[in-house]
Ligand binder design. Structure first.
Ligand code: B3K
Ligand code: ZN
Length: 897
């Protein structure tokens, strides 16, 4: 165990910077093994600061020289310890000149300046700029930057940085230079440079105002056949932000650069977005429909940051959701608008809620639970979480639900009017919404300060005589680390009532003169318990509660199976229509899981198939799914979502004590049962959903492929010759990666004779496409018959490397997070493997290591036998030497909370 406990940083300790920076001039002499950086910082004492000490941060730097107002500082003039350089007693106006060197080719953390495949890239958010030079590296210090890049012309023909290119030319010794100037003030985390051998697709685009801008997508040579979709997505993003939010691109040049070694998805550096290749490169041959959709979303996300994040940024890192929650909300709305139809919007909404429930709800119930605006952290990189991002987006969405679309837009306008060019807080955003909408949103602050997923229990009482319906809503929120008791939240609950024919009933709340004509009402739950009275309710309705998932809560209401089937068939709210099916399936899956456990306990299990088969034959779900499957008025994409059972992780979340093996057996049994019950309809859907002709990733075609391929995945459960032949044929003839990968997956999870050959054929066909080989690893790591030995063997494959984050994720993370029943093998070998990998990654890339470390953070939820083995693995990591701050925080919290 490390001896020095890394310090915890608290939000309440925020202090204004002592010095503010006006301008920064930087010169880089780029060499992979030793890069020289000369920085000139023009700074002034901050009237709001508490003293005259200059505080700079720097890590893994060699300090060559430091000059203050022209005078070289000697060691006695400053203090340098623990990555902080302090110059006490500084004058009011300072020009600081700093010379440092770094070693980019040895930088495996992929933070700061590093080399990937021979090219230079940077990643500065959150605190990577301090690995490039000493600087007041905090987001509330905003400055204008001029950057001079010098490098060997042959090895690094392209030299890019933020803003506009103002000068370029040749230098002696085969070197050349480029000078870039960013006209906008920015925090250091938005600094970027790229240097190397790259090519670009470029287009000129005319903004609504008439101004012409230059758009570029930079990639390695040989990838120009994969940039069109990113370019289209960028153009759509620019147009959408103008139309929906009145926000214009403020630069004359906007660049996206793809890099193969990257810790996360992408980065919104001003004018020079750097992207993981996974979110740029696409063509039908290598990318699936989901990849196409993700690229659109991520290109949009990073572009939208230009206003929500860059023009208005965060005062401190506790406010991260100010930019991330808001920008995720914006990218979600963008993707929905790109589909355009109401049903398409619903599909997108369901997808987003699935992510929230699958990943954020567990986080909010585990040892790493934190509010959307955290109160403390040890390592900020550990707080780029689904809570800050996805729950944060839900919080932003609730403003829109409460204020209406126009009201929300007014709030956004006011936010920019007040704060353009500033570094602000989540409170500032809430104030803009409240003031523009003339609403009291004080209680709404609890969404930022309290962690945990609120529960809303609903109870309904209908009185036929008075024709009134009372809907009682009661909220509570489980205790989370550091937060035992919670105060009531301000929760928008969208409600509709269905009559016996399944039609929406007119709504009139007690006290209203007449029904307002709406059929969905947003009720505002602000107290622990509240009753809402609907009058003029002609018959006993079936309530449709939390329509559109109007708040990130768990709704508890005891629907009968018949009511759920009814909602599945009739609810005008597509989200709740889908939700009803998920509830029905979850209920059944939990029953089956309990049956598996009981059978195992009794000790006489011949086959679970027999035991489960003897369960009451319950056809409610099959019948309801059949109706949906046959309903051609519904989008294929929606039908696919209804047909997809809750994941094993989702079912686990519903259990007091998680038993991954029982869940797996139950879910597989249910898949086989459904495949048998729905066989002919699945086959019909498979045949009806072909997408002949040229590939297009549009919503209609991708929806058809999704339905077709989910049908195939059910059908292969039957292990029939006819179906296996279909899968083989699809694998051999597919003209796009979506169909190819689905067929390969179906074969891999079946007993088909040709499955090994299909896997090999896939590998040799796509050997040169790193992103496709990632899929090849993932498919095998998550295959039904995979175990830890499969993964250990794959880890010795020549194409595997732990150093490349995408590759590490494709195999190691996919297994630990995406194959629960294999990972949680009773012998504990999955956990031992996990510990080895966390320790190995900790040495090279702490950020990625800490992500993997999270795979065991919910260990206390599992059966005692598994818990014991998990704790052992956690302790093993805790005891290893040189633990990074990143990993130490996750492991310590996992073991203590
Ligand atoms: N802002 C970056 C994330 C940076 C993560 C640093 N550990 C990407 C994004 O959210 O758009
Ligand atoms: Zn973001």
């Amino acid at each position: 165990m490390r001896t020095d406990t890394p310090p915890t940083i608290y939000r309440k300790d925020y202090a204004d910077p002592t010095y503010l920076v006006d301008t920064v001039e930087m010169g880089f002499d780029l060499e992979p093994s030793l890069t020289r950086v000369a920085t000139r910082i023009f700074m002034q004492r901050n009237p709001a600061g508490s003293n005259n000490e200059i505080v700079l941060f720097g890590e893994e730097l060699e300090l060559v020289q430091l000059r203050l107002n022209g005078k070289v500082l000697r060691a006695a003039d400053y203090k340098l310890a623990g990555g902080v350089l302090r110059i006490p007693g500084a004058p009011a106006k300072v020009v600081l000149e700093i010379e440092t060197t770094t070693r980019p080719d040895r930088n495996t953390s992929l933070m700061g300046l590093y080399v990937s495949n021979g090219n230079f890239f940077t990643q500065c958010e959150a605190e990577g700029f301090r690995k490039i030079t000493f600087f007041p590296d905090r987001p509330d210090v905003m400055a204008k930057y001029t950057v001079m890049l010098r490098a060997d012309k042959k090895a690094f023909p392209v030299l890019l940085s933020n803003g506009n290119l103002i000068e370029e030319g040749d230098l002696p010794d085969g070197r050349h230079y480029a000078k870039w100037e960013d006209p906008f003030k920015k925090p250091s985390y938005l600094f970027a440079l790229v240097a190397g051998n790259l090519v670009c697709q470029e287009e000129k685009y005319r903004l609504k105002s008439g101004r012409e801008v230059l758009l570029q997508v930079w990639v390695e040579d040989g990838n120009l056949d994969k940039t069109q979709h990113a370019m289209d997505s960028l153009i759509n993003s620019i147009r959408w932000d103008e139309e929906r939010f009145g926000l214009e691109l403020d630069l004359d040049r906007f660049m996206i650069v793809a890099v193969g070694d990257f810790n996360m998805g992408a980065m919104e550096n001003k004018g020079l977005n750097i992207f993981n290749t996974k979110f740029v490169l696409a063509n039908p041959r290598i990318a699936t429909d989901i990849d196409f959709a993700n690229i659109e979303a991520v290109v949009g996300h990073e572009y939208f940051h230009n206003w929500t994040g860059n023009r208005v940024t965060c005062r401190d890192w506790f406010q991260l959701s100010l930019k991330e929650g808001l920008t995720v909300f914006r990218d979600q709305e963008f993707s929905a608008d790109m589909i355009g139809t109401d049903s398409g919007r619903a599909v997108k909404r369901i997808d987003d809620v699935r992510v929230l429930r699958q990943a954020q709800f567990p986080e909010d119930a585990g040892p790493m639970a934190h509010p959307v605006r955290p109160d403390s952290f040890v390592e900020i990189n550990n707080f780029y979480t689904v809570t800050v991002y996805e729950k944060g987006a839900e919080v932003v969405r609730m403003y829109q639900t409460l204020l209406g679309r126009d009201g929300f837009r007014k709030g956004m306008d006011l936010y920019f009017e007040r704060h353009d060019g500033q570094a602000v807080t989540c409170d500032d955003f809430r104030a803009a919404m409240a003031d523009a909408g003339k609403r009291d949103l004080k209680q709404f602050e609890r969404w930022y300060s309290q962690s945990g997923t609120p529960r809303v229990a609903a109870g309904v009482h209908y009185d036929a005589k008075s024709r009134t319906l009372e809907l009682t809503l009661e909220q509570s929120c489980p205790a989370t680390p550091g937060q035992k008791k919670k105060q009531p939240f301000h929760i928008p609950v969208a409600v509709g009532l269905l009559d016996s024919k399944g039609r929406d009933m007119p709504l009139r709340l007690d006290g209203e003169k007449s029904a307002a004509g709406d059929t969905t009402r947003v009720l505002e739950l602000t107290k622990a318990r509240q009753t809402f009275r609907f009058t003029d309710v002609a018959e006993k309705p079936v309530p449709s509660i939390l329509r559109g998932f109007s708040a990130p809560v768990v709704l508890q209401y005891e629907y009968s199976d018949a009511e759920l089937a009814f909602l599945m068939a009739h609810d005008s709210d597509a989200f709740n229509r889908w939700e009803a099916g998920q509830r029905l399936a979850t209920r059944r899956l939990l029953k089956l899981t309990t049956a598996v456990q009981a059978a195992r306990q009794s000790g006489h299990v011949v086959s679970f198939e027999t035991v489960l088969g003897n369960q009451d034959q319950d056809s409610a779900l099959s019948d309801a799914l059949r109706i949906t499957l046959r309903d051609e008025t519904l989008d294929a994409a929606f039908r696919e979502l209804v047909l997809t059972l809750p994941s094993e992780t989702m079912i686990a979340e519903q259990m007091e004590v998680i038993d991954p093996h029982a869940i797996h057996i139950a879910r597989q049994f249910m898949r086989r049962t459904l495949a048998r019950d729905l066989r002919d309809d699945l086959l019909a859907a498979y045949k009806a959903c072909g997408t002949p002709g040229e590939y297009s990733p549009d919503a209609d075609a991708s929806g058809k492929r999704a339905l077709k391929n989910v049908a195939l995945s059910y059908l292969v459960e039957l292990d029939e010759e006819e179906v296996l032949t279909l899968a083989q044929k699809q694998n051999d003839e597919a003209n796009n990666m979506t169909d190819r990968l689905a067929a390969l997956g179906a074969l891999t999870n079946s007993s088909a004779a040709g499955k090994a050959a299909a896997l090999e054929g896939f590998y040799s066909e796509f050997e040169k496409e790193a992103l496709v080989i990632d899929k090849w690893f993932t498919l095998q790591a998550t295959a039904r018959n995979a175990d830890v030995n499969t993964v250990r063997t794959l880890a010795t494959h020549p194409a595997f490397s732990l150093k490349n984050p995408n590759r590490a994720r494709s195999l190691i993370f996919s297994f630990c997070n995406g194959n629960p029943s294999a990972f949680h093998a009773l012998d504990g070998n999955g956990y031992a493997f996990w510990a080895e990998q966390v320790i190995a990654l900790n040495g090279s890339n702490p950020q990625v290591a800490a992500r993997l470390a999270r795979s065991l953070d919910r260990w206390r939820k599992y059966t005692p036998a598994l818990q014991e083995k998990m704790r052992h693995a956690l302790q093993q990591v805790a005891a290893s030497s040189n633990l990074s701050r990143d990993v130490a925080e996750v492991i310590t919290k996992s073991l203590s909370n």
